[in-house]
Design a protein around this ligand. Structure first.
Ligand code: ADP
Ligand code: MG
Length: 263
């Protein structure tokens, strides 16, 4: 479990995140969603210890995030930051293998694991010798995902990991990722601005606005019992795109999002 207690962050006196408290439950997928600039990426970066919080604390199970624990926590945590975060001077394969090499995995084990996750993320293996700049946006995103999955972490923190993919590929990868999250019991915190994607993945949705939590709960709860007019407005603006994603073509069972209440 990830516990967030009174975490806040300002940049140059501008509040990006008000003090918020949240728990992300083990083996569940939590989705952070909200308008651009509402603090989603800031929260994810705070969870990763990439930026320091102004107040509060974050615990991964019983380990508090601090300068001395951050390396240990990152080894259990796969992450994709919004910008991708690949090292430009390393090939795709070197990016993916970096952490595994640093903790002493053999080349044979590394290659076997890379073959496995290339299949999962549908990354062409022959492209792994390329540098990030030589790859398409979608391929770079797959490489970022492969890097996050490499050590088979318990926790995945993903900032719009499917953002730059074209719709068809995106829909395929969504289904694959959902299988990975569920079958391997990952604790996932994923940022998206796309309500359809949120509905598809989320056990819990956290809707943010201007650095504050407006509402959290299941997709159905937010839709059927909005805590604030903003929730209704946010859902109203996107709901037309939710239906197709929740029905076919994915293998998983379609969810009713229109009052059926099955979740
Ligand atoms: P989101 O991911 O929800 O679009 P962010 O968390 O990236 O939003 O940003 C929240 C707010 O904090 C925005 O107003 C953004 O401009 C500001 N912000 C984020 N990172 C920085 C930074 N490094 N320096 C200054 N302001 C920042
Ligand atoms: Mg962002």
């Amino acid at each position: 479990m990830i516990h967030v207690e009174n975490i806040s962050k300002s940049f140059d006196g501008q509040v990006a995140l008000q003090p918020i408290s949240l728990t992300f439950r083990r083996a569940e997928t939590s989705i952070l969603i909200g308008p651009s600039g509402c603090g989603k990426s800031t929260l994810l970066k705070l969870l990763l210890g990439l930026i320091p919080a102004d107040t509060g604390r974050i615990r991964f199970d019983d380990v508090e995030l601090s300068d001395s624990s951050v390396q240990q926590i990152r080894q259990r945590t796969g992450y994709v930051i919004q910008e991708g975060g690949l090292f430009p001077h390393l090939t795709a394969k070197e990016n993916i293998a970096l952490l595994a090499r640093s903790i002493g995995w053999t080349e044979a084990v590394i290659s076997a694991r890379i073959a496995e996750i290339a299949k999962i993320t549908q990354m062409p293996v022959e492209k792994l010798a390329s540098y990030p700049a030589q790859l398409s946006g979608g391929q770079r995103q797959r490489v970022s995902l492969m890097r996050a999955l490499m050590l088979d972490p318990d926790v995945l923190l993903l900032d719009e990991p499917l953002g730059a993919l074209d719709p068809l590929i995106r829909s395929e990868l969504q289904a694959d990722l959902k299988d990975i999250f569920e079958s391997l019991g990952k604790t996932v915190v994923m940022v998206t601005h796309d309500l359809a994607e949120a509905a598809f993945f989320a056990d819990e949705i956290v809707l943010l606005r201007e650095g504050q939590i407006v509402q959290k709960g299941s997709f159905e709860e937010l839709q059927q019992k909005p805590a604030d007019p903003f929730v209704t407005k946010f859902f109203g603006a996107q709901i037309d795109r939710v239906a197709p994603l929740l029905s076919a073509p994915h293998g998983s069972s379609p969810r009713s999002f229109n009052g059926g209440g099955n979740s």
